[in-house]
Design a protein around this ligand. Structure first.
Ligand code: AMP
Ligand code: MG
Length: 342
């Protein structure tokens, strides 16, 4: 997956005071803890409320160990990851057993690919490899290289067998890229892990994509500041038990002959998206928000909004044309905005 800079579309989390806080039976004596480490190539931060320092430390080390495990399973940056080992079997005609993590992420990717008519497509790996090379040498791939890569791209070339927890990759040279959803899945896993540790008031921030559970003690919600695209202003979202993810081309792009190609690939051309987009999506889980934000940068804007709403999510898309920024949002998005600070 591509390393995304925090500033692409950055989300900053903070808690503000509120008049009618919710209470849980486990709230007595809770103290705020914060832990941070780099995982999956981005800074991960866990903020949560726990009864003792020992409980907090043990939950934090479980989270970071789990993130290390997920990176080893889902990354496309290391040849030894489970994902890359699976891709090494592409074209051998056999199903290969995979971990439940990899299977779940691929199942989610397939559902989203169906909903977006292939705009979200984790088989774009060979195109991503060409994009990375183009960024390195400052030159677009040749038509020949693009059509060679295209032979190994296509949802229809991935077959999942959930009952045997296995996957068949039909074409040779296929390369799956989970950069558009793996971080969201990892963030969801951290929240679930904290729940199992009895920690219910938490926020996990993975390089700017965030999921929160219950609000901090004495507060009604978490307030997350979201900066979409290259706009100077932040919007503040009031969230409980929700995730927010952002995507765009603000930091990850290559400019060739005056054209800016985003790291998000248009699967129809095999090239980076040239339409200047930024997307912010709020959903129940972070895998959904993450995937929909990426898809929101590829689909035509009206269709993107329809798909986000059909997934019971909310979001806003910014599209820059010359100096004009068009904004498209779901009907529920404004309701998520926090009141001005007291
Ligand atoms: P995100 O930062 O979550 O929007 O993810 C962007 C990353 O998703 C890229 O860096 C690629 O690794 C991957 N990607 C690029 N294009 C697509 C696409 N059309 N569908 C799914 N994943 C993509
Ligand atoms: Mg994404």
């Amino acid at each position: 997956m591509l390393r995304k800079s925090l500033v692409i579309s950055c989300t900053i989390a903070m808690a503000i005071s509120c008049t009618t806080p919710s209470t849980l039976p486990t709230d007595r004596g809770l103290v705020r803890y914060e832990f941070a480490r780099v995982r999956m190539g981005v800074p991960f931060r866990a903020v949560f409320y726990a009864a003792t320092a020992t409980k907090a430390r043990s939950a934090a080390s479980a989270i970071f160990a789990r993130l290390t495990e997920l990176d080893r399973r889902l990354s496309d940056w290391t040849a030894t990851s489970e994902l890359m080992r699976l891709c090494a079997h592409a074209g051998d005609g056999e199903f290969h057993e995979v971990s439940s993590d990899l299977l779940r992420v691929l199942q989610h990717a397939e559902r989203l690919a169906q909903r977006t008519h292939g705009a979200f497509n984790v088989t774009v790996g060979p195109f991503v490899a060409l994009w990375r090379r183009a960024r390195k040498i400052g030159k677009l791939p040749s038509n020949q290289a693009l059509s060679r890569a295209a032979n190994a791209v296509g949802r229809k070339y991935v077959q999942l067998s959930p009952e045997h927890s296995s996957v068949l990759l039909i074409q040779r040279d296929m390369r799956l890229d989970l950069g558009g959803i793996a971080k969201g899945y990892a963030i969801d896993q951290c929240i679930e892990l904290l729940e199992r540790h009895g920690i219910h008031r938490a926020l996990i921030d993975g390089g700017g994509d965030i999921r929160v559970s219950h609000a901090p003690p004495g507060k009604r919600h978490w307030v997350i500041a979201v900066q979409s695209g290259d706009s100077e202003t932040h919007e503040r979202l009031a969230l409980v038990d929700r995730a927010v993810a952002t995507s765009g081309d603000t930091m990850q792009f290559v400019e060739i002959d005056g054209v800016r190609y985003s790291h998000i690939i248009d699967p129809r051309t095999g090239l980076g998206q040239t339409d200047r987009r930024a997307a912010t999506v709020v959903a129940k889980t972070c895998i959904e928000a993450d995937g929909l934000a990426t898809a929101g940068c590829v689909l035509p804007t009206e269709e993107a909004i329809r798909v986000i709403e059909a997934c019971a999510a909310d979001g806003v898309l910014h599209r820059r044309r010359d100096d004009v920024v068009e904004m498209h949002e779901t009907t529920g998005y404004r309701r998520l905005l926090a009141a001005a600070p007291e």
